[in-house]
Design a protein around this ligand. Structure first.
Ligand SMILES: NC(=O)c1ccc[n+]([C@@H]2O[C@H](COP(=O)([O-])OP(=O)(O)OC[C@H]3O[C@@H](n4cnc5c(N)ncnc54)[C@H](OP(=O)(O)O)[C@@H]3O)[C@@H](O)[C@H]2O)c1
Length: 356
């Protein structure tokens, strides 16, 4: 895997300045000439958080600032953070959401009509103003719902494998492999050349799903026994890289599952944000514990992570080796039901809202 992303970072050169090159890499289409854009209304429908659910409201259309694009959204998808957005809003209503797909309608005449997918605050609206570095072109043939389901997971999981320094031929363990991120992490690891991908779920019925997206072995375990199962499955070698989406007590288990000189990347905290770890366990195996976090990452680094998808990951999306896993698609106006689906914990993959 190392060769791939050394190349990627060299080629990407940061952000998405060379949009055309990235567009070509993934076979995207859809650029219309300037002048074909319809007159813009002043207000738009948006989903507001802050009252315990997602409420449909009317707000002004954002005006893109320098460095931003204005995108007319076609679909948006829910993330774990949307389930708890009320708690961080302080009771003040604001436009919800982080992830979308749509079409550029402003901010850069050369990109008008380009289909893009990306991430921005206030994404759950008919229009979103987005840092131009935070979108990538939508590969040809990819439907709006699938495009909306991918960007956060793609750049987070690819970013996690990148910071881990993962290399082709290695073994990767994905905890909570059935989470929306984990399902993409399994596929990205495969595409980057992992020799073996192990993934976990607490639900026996989801093992088939993990195997369907590319896991060689789906482990149904959620505690200390997981490290034993991983060591047994790897002939006591342990795994080279762990992408951990659970946190809490799983962090120590992940360290115990790692090979000597292995890397554990903390990606998610589904099981809690606090962990007690055996520092002797870390030292004995010379394991490195790292983390990636969208919320604490500077905009330019998010731009670099999205640009780094161009050479390998976006072509894999374009040819179907990486596919969105969609739990359900709801009309934009049925957002409350979609949020209930996410909060209920039964979703398998992404919950998506469509606007067209
Ligand atoms: N680092 C970043 O930049 C970044 C970006 C986005 C999200 N995240 C974080 O990544 C994590 C995953 O997000 P997501 O949206 O992909 O999750 P998700 O789709 O909501 O994952 C839900 C699934 O995870 C499993 N799960 C839930 N709680 C668990 C627990 N306590 N222990 C073990 N498994 C559990 C369950 O599957 P089973 O039935 O198989 O147990 C559940 O169906 C979250 O913590 C999220 O905040 C991080």
């Amino acid at each position: 895997m190392r060769a791939n992303w050394t190349e990627e970072r060299g080629e990407a050169g940061g952000a998405i300045e060379n949009f055309a090159r990235i567009r070509d890499a993934c076979g995207a289409v859809g650029v219309r000439g300037p002048g074909s854009v319809e007159p813009m209304p002043n207000t738009m429908r948006a989903l507001l958080t802050g009252t315990g659910s997602l409420r449909l409201g009317t707000v002004p259309i954002p005006v893109p600032e320098p460095g931003q694009l204005l995108v007319r959204t076609a679909a948006v998808s829910l993330n774990n953070a949307d389930a708890s957005a009320d708690a961080s809003s302080g009771g003040v209503e604001q436009v919800a959401g982080y992830e979308f797909s749509g079409e550029v309608v402003g901010g850069d005449d050369t990109l008008l009509g380009q289909r893009v997918m990306g991430t921005a605050p206030a994404a759950f609206a008919e229009f979103v103003a987005v840092d131009r570095r935070h979108v990538v072109p939508v590969p040809e043939q990819l439907a709006p719902a699938a495009a909306a389901a991918l960007p956060v997971a793609l750049f987070t999981e690819h970013g996690a494998l990148t910071v881990a320094g993962a290399e082709p031929g290695q073994t990767v363990l994905v905890t909570a492999g059935s989470s929306a991120l984990g399902l993409i992490g399994i596929q990205v690891a495969r595409v980057l050349g992992a020799a073996r991908v192990l993934a976990t779920t607490r639900t026996a019925g989801k093992r088939a799903l993990l195997e369907r997206v590319g896991a060689d072995l789906a482990l149904c375990a959620d505690g200390a026994d997981l490290a034993d199962e991983v060591l047994e499955a790897t002939h006591s070698a342990g795994v080279d890289v762990v992408l951990d989406h659970i946190g809490g007590a799983m962090v120590d288990v992940a360290i115990g599952s790692a090979a000597p000189d292995g890397v554990v990347v903390s990606v998610g905290r589904l099981g809690g944000a606090e962990a007690t770890i055996d520092l002797f366990g870390l030292a004995r195996r010379r394991v490195r514990l790292l983390s990636v976090s969208y919320g604490f990452t500077p905009p330019e680094v998010i731009g670099d992570r999205l640009a780094a998808l161009a050479p390998v990951v976006l072509p894999a999306v374009a040819d179907g080796r990486i596919a969105a896993v969609i739990d359900s698609v709801h009309p934009f106006g049925d957002a409350a039901a979609a949020l209930d689906r996410l909060r209920g914990g039964a979703a398998e993959g992404k919950v998506v809202l469509t606007l067209t």
